[in-house]
Design a protein. Structure first.
Ligand SMILES: [Zn+2]
Length: 333
């Protein structure tokens, strides 16, 4: 079978592929977050590029032609990671499309100056802006601030790590769906993770899924999150007509020491966790790592980057059963 390239809709390649002496130690999460903050303070543009390049090489080796990465913007990294990734975007443009989302990982409460720094990042020419609904005391205010910044600059993507904790008292997806609809932002807005949705009662979940579908926003799930919490109600979202995307999320950093960048492995993990076992279900799952973004700029950039990815096996079921590397990756002439 042959395929033209895989889509990785969510990653953090600015702080992955830790370079020694930094290494993963399985300490409590707040400690690992503190190490990440320390690393971000120290990392130079050169080091950030080195880490991100390692991630891109892996992804490309497995046939990925579209990568959307969040890039932290805060007083620790300042704008170094954005500058590093903008350079890489240019260096990799003949192999893959690298979309950069300037991301508020640390919250406005901890670092209020992030709002001003995000404005600067938008002026440097990123493709999107990202927030995190669990980082600030007032999640609604956080969402509104990020949306206001986004609308002042006309970016392609507005993405939120949404209800990542999985806690029912941390459930902001209904508000995000509401404001997406009110502002008419549709597929520009992506909710990543949506873990709390799995833990709220079924009626609330149903109403929320309908609101998400009605708003036109997209949902990205990152199957490796299963290590620490439930994934979202992905089958119910799909059934309601919501566009689903998959991402690798963290790769070989202080949060997760594993990660190949092989999108078939992430799809296989979701297949296990959410029981995509029948052929139709597996075809649908494969389509989520195959479908390119509904965006003319990206479509045009991707048009020249098609690969000829060859795999043994005759069906998507066989492909997902093994999640192999392609026999070879070669650009279509
Ligand atoms: Zn993430």
């Amino acid at each position: 079978m042959s395929y033209s390239g895989w889509m990785n809709y969510h990653a953090h390649i600015d702080k992955g592929f830790l370079v020694p002496p930094r290494k993963y130690i399985d300490a409590p999460a707040p400690e690992r977050a503190a190490w990440t903050r320390e690393a971000k303070k120290q990392m130079t543009i050169f080091e950030i590029k080195e880490s991100a390049t390692n991630a891109l090489e892996k992804m490309y080796q497995y046939g990925t032609t579209y990568v959307r990465t969040h890039v932290d913007v805060d007083p620790l990294f300042e704008l170094r990671a954005v500058e590093a990734l903008i350079e890489l975007k240019e260096e990799w443009k003949d192999r893959l499309v690298l979309d950069i989302v300037a991301f508020n990982q640390e919250g406005f409460d901890r670092f209020p100056e992030t709002e001003y720094m995000l404005k600067e990042a938008l002026q440097l020419g990123v493709d999107g802006i990202g927030g995190h609904t669990s980082m600030d005391k007032d999640a609604k205010e956080h969402i509104d601030t990020v949306l206001n910044l986004a609308e002042s600059s006309n970016v392609d993507w507005i993405e939120f790590h949404t209800d990542e904790t999985g806690r029912v008292d941390d459930f902001n997806l209904p508000y995000l769906a509401q404001v997406t609809k009110d502002r008419g932002l549709k597929e520009k807005v992506t909710a990543i993770h949506c873990c709390s949705l799995t833990n709220v009662d079924d009626d609330t979940a149903k109403r929320t899924i309908e609101a998400v579908a009605d708003s036109g926003m997209t949902v990205t799930t990152c199957p490796t999150a299963i290590a620490t919490r439930s994934l979202t109600r992905v089958k119910e979202f799909a059934k309601a007509g919501v566009t689903i995307q998959l991402g690798s999320d963290n790769l070989r950093d202080f949060f997760n020491p594993l990660g190949s960048g092989n999108m078939l492995q992430y799809a296989q993990l979701l297949g296990y966790v959410s029981r995509f076992y029948e052929a139709d279900e597996i075809n649908q799952l494969i389509s989520w790592i195959q479908n390119s973004p509904d965006n003319p700029r990206v479509q045009e950039q991707l048009a020249g980057l098609s690969l000829n990815l060859q795999y043994d096996g005759k069906t998507n079921v066989e492909l997902l059963a093994e999640a192999p590397a392609p026999r070879f990756v070669q650009p279509v002439k």
